[in-house]
Every structure is written in structure tokens, then in C-alpha cells.
Design a protein around this ligand. Structure first.
Ligand SMILES: [Fe+2]
Ligand SMILES: [Fe+2]
Length: 420
């Protein structure tokens, strides 16, 4: 009371006005989400002093002349990659060329998800790389940007990751595939515990999560994958029906760089040609569960037009082995998603000539020989939380599966269809 009395005397203002002013000040501070300050100077917002890599790096879209490095930072940052040949020199031997994120079309992005493509490389050649960042503290125009302390992946006490560009041709491939992990990080880490340097590439064939409810949710499997193998082993992904679910499902593709920029694409390792389909959701678009948020049938038909073009391409026609990844398998008289695969994609693939389709989704292993659906090629449905290893050469496709304990669960083989 003494305080307000003093103000009243010195400022000659009625007590009521002072009390109202004090209340308004407290209310405005609370609206700003701040505690009232004990001093008359407003506290400056706390700015980060460092930036960290929270997920990655991991490889995408490795080709004969380049590769893409992706990683995720805890705050928005300017990111780049330094590249060095694998020539026995220390990474600090000389200045290394820098590659920036070109997804901003000429303006370097300030982002959490970093996508840096490196091109102009030699086929079948080993390169070392290092991710670098400066976190954004304040942007007050291009001439007044404040960054955190710079971040650079450790090359003092650790060897930088090594990536090998694709060769022009391969005699055989050794491939690992999982699906329907549904964010089960513990079993995922067991399945890939010994994966470093073991496979030519790895495929995540959908439903790696259940619902993408926040912007960092994908890190539940991308982070362990990066630590276990994906910083050095090429990673390909297809989208499962569960990756259409959750508010941040709309950002799923930001975490990956495909050759088409779409969730469906092709990739080629010499004479081996792969098609990654986006098999969509499993129920009809008008199902109450989707609240009118899907246009799946139209999307799948647009994808089918793209697929027709793929099967007419010289690269496809000249390939000796053709394998398709589709999260949802074709099933006659089953759910709408299975029906879509049967009716929209399988006729195109039948006409084109396919050696094998690999699916998941059903959380049970099954082998569908030629003729058990409308497909004239075999379909393997991999169990959930099981690792399928595919060994393929120009004549035979062998597969075996194991559970997280390492116990083998299934195996089989198919001849490569030489009548294509
Ligand atoms: Fe699933
Ligand atoms: Fe699924």
C-alpha cells in the first residue's frame, strides 16, 4: 500500500488508474506466456546457442554419379555437406568441397530437415562425407542473421561415413527388407543389429509407424537406422497405409528424397530394376474413418499412368530382373486397398512382365504363387517385424526371413522369368 501511495503522491494520479494499469500490464504479460518480471526491463527471449543433429545422416537416391545425404536438426539451421575422396588422407588434410541444400531452388533453406544432393561423381567409387550446420538464432534481414556455434560431424576421433556410388552393373545383389515395424524400435534395432556394411541396400516397405502425430515422429526408426547402417547403406522406402494417418502424415515425403519426388518411383542397380509403388490406404475413400480427407482412387489411377510409362521405358525393357515393392498385396475379394492393387496395378505389371512382388501389410507371412491372385508373378507377403533377405542374381531369386531373435522363419526361391 505504501508503494501505491508513493506513486499517487509523485505522479498525481488517482489510485484506481494505477491499479488498472498494473492489472493490464500483468494480463498482457500472461497473454505473452511470460512470468511477470521483477524488474522494469522485459527479459530477452532465450536463444539457442548450439544446434544438434537429432536424426541421421542417412542416404537417399544413390546413383552412379551421385547421392543424397539427409539429416534432421533440433532447430532450423543452414546445412551443408563436405565431401572427400576415400584416398587415405585425413579429412582435415585440405579444404573439402561444400554442397548445400538445393531444395530451396537457389536460396539456402533454414530448416530442420536437410536434403543435400551431391553429383558429378564417378561410378562404383567410395567417398567420405561430413554433415555441417549453423543453427538460426535470429533473422533480421539478410545482412543481420545470427547463427549458433557451428556444428560439424566428428572427424577428430571418428571416421566419417563412407558411401559408394553405384556401379554400372552387378552380378548379384544382397538386399534387406522390413515392413510393419509400427514404431517398435526395440525389435527394429535387433533386426538390424549386424547390418552395417552387410547389404547392398535396405527397403522399408511401409507401416514403419502407426500414426504420424508430430513433426519428429519419423525419427523413431530413421534415427536407429542411421546409427546402424543408413549413413553408409542406401535406403529406399515405400509408403504403407498407416503413413497416411496423423496430422504430420502430410510431411512424410519431406523425410525422403525419391528419384521422382513422389512416393512412387523406380531405381536400378545394373540389370536389376525395381519399382516402388505407393499402394495407398486400405479402405474406400468415403469411409467414415477418413472424414473426407482422402482422394486415393484418383491418386492411384494417376500413379498407374506413370507406371504404364515406366513399363514402356528402355531401362525397364532391357532389365533382366524386375522386382516390385508394394506395401499392400493384391488379394481378390478382399479389402478395397487389395482390390485397388489387383485392378489398377496388376494388369499393367502382368503385361509388362515382373519376376516378383514383395508386400507386407497383413502381419502374417504368406507366399502367393502365380495364379493365386490375378497376378501372373509370385507375391511374397513378409510378416511384420521380420527381416527378409533377398539374394538375387540373373537366374534365381532366393529369400529367407528371420525374427528379431535371429531365428529363421521362412525361405524359398524363384527362377527369374526369362520369357520377358
Ligand atoms: Fe501394418
Ligand atoms: Fe498396412
Amino acid at each position: 500500500m505504501e508503494f501505491f501511495s508513493y506513486l499517487y503522491i509523485e505522479n498525481k494520479r488517482p489510485m484506481k488508474r494505477i491499479l488498472i494499469s498494473a492489472c493490464l500490464l500483468l494480463a498482457s504479460l500472461s497473454l505473452l506466456g511470460q512470468e511477470p518480471s521483477t524488474t522494469t526491463t522485459a527479459a530477452a527471449p532465450v536463444q539457442p546457442s548450439t544446434v544438434k543433429c537429432v536424426s541421421g545422416p542417412y542416404l537417399q537416391n544413390v546413383t552412379t554419379d551421385g547421392f543424397t545425404v539427409m539429416w534432421v536438426s533440433d532447430i532450423d539451421a543452414l546445412g551443408w555437406v563436405e565431401l572427400a575422396p576415400d584416398d587415405g588422407t585425413h579429412f582435415y588434410y585440405t579444404d573439402r568441397p561444400k554442397y548445400y541444400d538445393m531444395t530451396g531452388a537457389g536460396i539456402n533453406p533454414l530448416t530442420k530437415i536437410h536434403t543435400v544432393r551431391i553429383t558429378g561423381l564417378q561410378p562404383g567409387t567410395r567417398y567420405r562425407y561430413r554433415i555441417m550446420m549453423k543453427g538460426l538464432r535470429a533473422f533480421n534481414g539478410e545482412r543481420d542473421i545470427t547463427f549458433t556455434k557451428p556444428f560439424g560431424a566428428n572427424v577428430y576421433t571418428a571416421n566419417p561415413p563412407v558411401v559408394t556410388t553405384l556401379k554400372k552393373d552387378y552380378d548379384k545383389l544382397h538386399i534387406a527388407i522390413v515392413n510393419d515395424i509400427h514404431a517398435n524400435g526395440e525389435d527394429f534395432s535387433k533386426l538390424f543389429a549386424e547390418a552395417r556394411g552387410k547389404y547392398d541396400f535396405v527397403v522399408f516397405n511401409g507401416d514403419m509407424t502407426t500414426t504420424i502425430n508430430d513433426e519428429m515422429h519419423m525419427s523413431v526408426y530413421v534415427t536407429p537406422a542411421s546409427k546402424l547402417f543408413a549413413d553408409e547403406t542406401p535406403l529406399y522406402v515405400t509408403r504403407g497405409n498407416h503413413e497416411f494417418r496423423g496430422l504430420f502424415a502430410r510431411d512424410w515425403l519431406k523425410w525422403f528424397q525419391t528419384p521422382t519426388g513422389m512416393p512412387y518411383y523406380t531405381f536400378q542397380w545394373g540389370k536389376f530394376f525395381f519399382i516402388a509403388l505407393d499402394s495407398g490406404e486400405d479402405k474406400p475413400d468415403d469411409d467414415i474413418e477418413y472424414q473426407g480427407m482422402l482422394s486415393m482412387d484418383q491418386y492411384l489411377h494417376e500413379q498407374a499412368e506413370w507406371l504404364k510409362g515406366v513399363t514402356k521405358s528402355e531401362a525397364f525393357k532391357n532389365a533382366e530382373v524386375r522386382i516390385v515393392f508394394s506395401h499392400i498385396p493384391p488379394r481378390l475379394k478382399s479389402w478395397h486397398g487389395n482390390k485397388n492393387i489387383c485392378e489398377i496395378f496388376v494388369p499393367i505389371l502382368n503385361e509388362a512382365g515382373i519376376d516378383l512382388m514383395i508386400s507386407g501389410h497383413e502381419h502374417n507371412y504368406s507366399l502367393c504363387p502365380v495364379g493365386t491372385s490375378n497376378a501372373n508373378f509370385p507375391v511374397i507377403v513378409n510378416d511384420n517385424v521380420e527381416l527378409m533377405v533377398l539374394d538375387v542374381d540373373g537366374k534365381t531369386i532366393n529369400f529367407k526371413t528371420n525374427d528379431p531373435s535371429g531365428a529363421q522363419t521362412h525361405k524359398g526361391s524363384f527362377p527369374v522369368n526369362d520369357k520377358k
